[in-house]
Design a protein around this ligand. Sequence first.
Ligand code: SF4
Length: 202
Amino acid sequence: MQSQGTQSVDDMSRSFALTTKLDAIVAWGQRNALWPLPYGTACCGIELMSVMGPKYDLARFGAEVVRFSPRQADLLLVAGTITEKMAPILVRIYEQMLEPKYVLSMGACASSGGFYRAYHVLQGCDKVIPVDVYVPGCPPTPEAVLDGVMTLQKMIKDRTPRPWKDYWTSPLLSGGSNAGLPGQMFAESGRVIGALPKVVAP
Ligand code: SF4
């Protein structure tokens, strides 16, 4: 004996049909349920907070569930200056994130070292991890960050090839017993294909 509610759902399901491809519906779910991990190290991290706030409201794009555990996140938001000492930690966090994982580099410092043309600052986080979208600015406006997230969503929807990720190898893996030491990482980072991506949010 069916309840009235169950009966009406049954009736409704007979009145229409939805056809799609499995890949398309999986991509729909992935792009509308990104779980970001904010790696905020400097002023861009503060700007990122406003993206999460009620005015700009990243929740409208399904990416408001901020996680501080990499094992619960699939979008790494690198926001701020990355020093050489932080680089191994950034790599470790990236390695621990869930697949398929994405990286958005927010601002000049994360993307290129910014105005810190100095020995102790990583000249772009793509020296050690594969970056999908770069958002320029110092700091980028919240609108620019939202545009970066939308760019990433389009990449997921279109299943844009990501050779920078496919061919990425961890700088920590080849470091042997010195793995994780900044000097070692720099010595190895020339092999990292992470320097290839060129998707830039306007
Ligand atoms: S890009 Fe500008 S705002 Fe962002 S962390 Fe660097 S100096 Fe700060």
